[in-house]
Design a protein around this ligand. Sequence first.
Ligand code: ADP
Length: 391
Amino acid sequence: MLILVANLGSTSFKYRLFRMDEDGGEVVAKGGYERVDDYAAVIDDALATLQRDGVISSPAEIDAVGFKTVLGKNLSGCVIADQAVIDALEGFAAVAPAHNPPYANGIRQFAKSLPKAELVALFETAFYQWTSQASANYAIPKTWRDIGIRRYGFHGASHKFVAERSAELCGREDVAQIARRLYLDGPQSVSGKPFRVISCHLGGSSSVTGILNGVAIGTSMGFSPQSGLPQNNRVGDLDSGAIPYAMRTLGIPLDEAERQLTKESGLLGLSGVSNDIRDVRQAADSGNKDAQLALDCLVHSIRHWIGAFMIELGGIDALVFTAGIGENNPALRAAVCQGLEGFGICADPAKNAACRATECDIASDDSPAAILVIPANEELVLAREVFRKLS
Ligand code: ADP
C-alpha cells in the first residue's frame, strides 16, 4: 500500500511516501516546500515530481494520504478525513491556530488532487480517548465544559508508538498486540501482570504520559499545547489567576498576554537565552543562573508528572525517553532519574552517557524497571496507523 504522509505547517508542506505491508514499511520518497502560500500548487507539484522521478507512474497509484491532525472539536481517533474532520478542525481553529487551518485546507486540497485515495486523519488527541473523566476534566462551570474545555492531551502518535515499542522491548507481546490494535479494537484486558509505562516525550514541545496495558491513563498536556511541562517557548502549567493579574498590572491586552505566553515563555522565557536546550545548557555551564533555573524547572516538572503517574499506575515497569531532548540529552535523563532507586528506577551512568538517538535500555542490570530510549518517528507511526485502518 502506498501511503503519503502529509505534514502541513502554516507556511510549509512536507511529505514522505511510504510503501507499507504487514511486516512494516519503508520510505520511498520525501520532499517539502517552505514559504507556501498556495497549497494547491505545491501539492500538485509534489505529485508531478514523484511521477517525473519515476517513483510512481501516476498519482492514482497513491492509495492513501495520512494527516497528523492535532485537535478536533467533538472528534478524535484515527478516522477517515471527511467533511466532519474538516468541521472539527475548523471548530477549534482558535485553540490550535498554527495547526488546524493548514490541515483543514490540506485535506480539502488532497480530496481534489487525489480523488480516489483514502484520506485518513490521526488526531494527536486519539491516544487519550479512554482516560478517566476524573483525569480529563477541569473543575470549571458546566458552561465552560459545554464549550469543550477539558484535558485533551497531545503527542498521541509518539506516546502510542512508545506504548507498542516498550511492550515489545520488555517481552510483553500480549500488551504490544493490544497497543497496536488500540484504534481498531479499543482497550483490552490482559491476563497476566499489568504493564505500566511512563513515557516522556521531550522535544521542542514536551509531555509525560502514563500508560497501562498499552492504553493512556493520563497526560501532562491539557486543553491546549500551552500546558504541562515548560515547552521551548510556550508556557507550561500556569495558575489561571496569573493571566488577569499580569494583564492588569503590566497593562497589556489579551492578545499580547497570549503572544507572550505562546512565544516568549517556556525555556526561552525562563532562561532569557534560547528556546533550544543545547544553548540553555551551554549558558548554564558558563554560570548563567536563569539558564540553570530553566533546566531545573524542566526536570522538576518531568519528575512531578512521573510521580503522579507512578501513583496512578501503582508502580512502573518501564520509564521511556523519546524525541529530540529525550533521545539526545544524557544529562537531562540522569537528572530526571536522580534518586529514584527506591522506586525501582536505577539508571546506569555509563549506559546512559553512551546512548544517543538509538534504541537502548539505560537501566542498570539490577534495576526493577527498564529505562528505555526509543527514537520517535512520527511519520512512520502515521503510515502504520493508516495501513492498519485501511487493511
Ligand atoms: P520538535 O519537538 O520541534 O520536533 P525535537 O524533537 O527535535 O523538536 O526537539 C528539539 C529539542 O531537542 C531542542 O531543545 C534540541 O536542543 C534538542 N535536540 C534535538 N536534536 C538534538 C541533538 N542531536 N543533540 C542534542 N539535543 C538535541
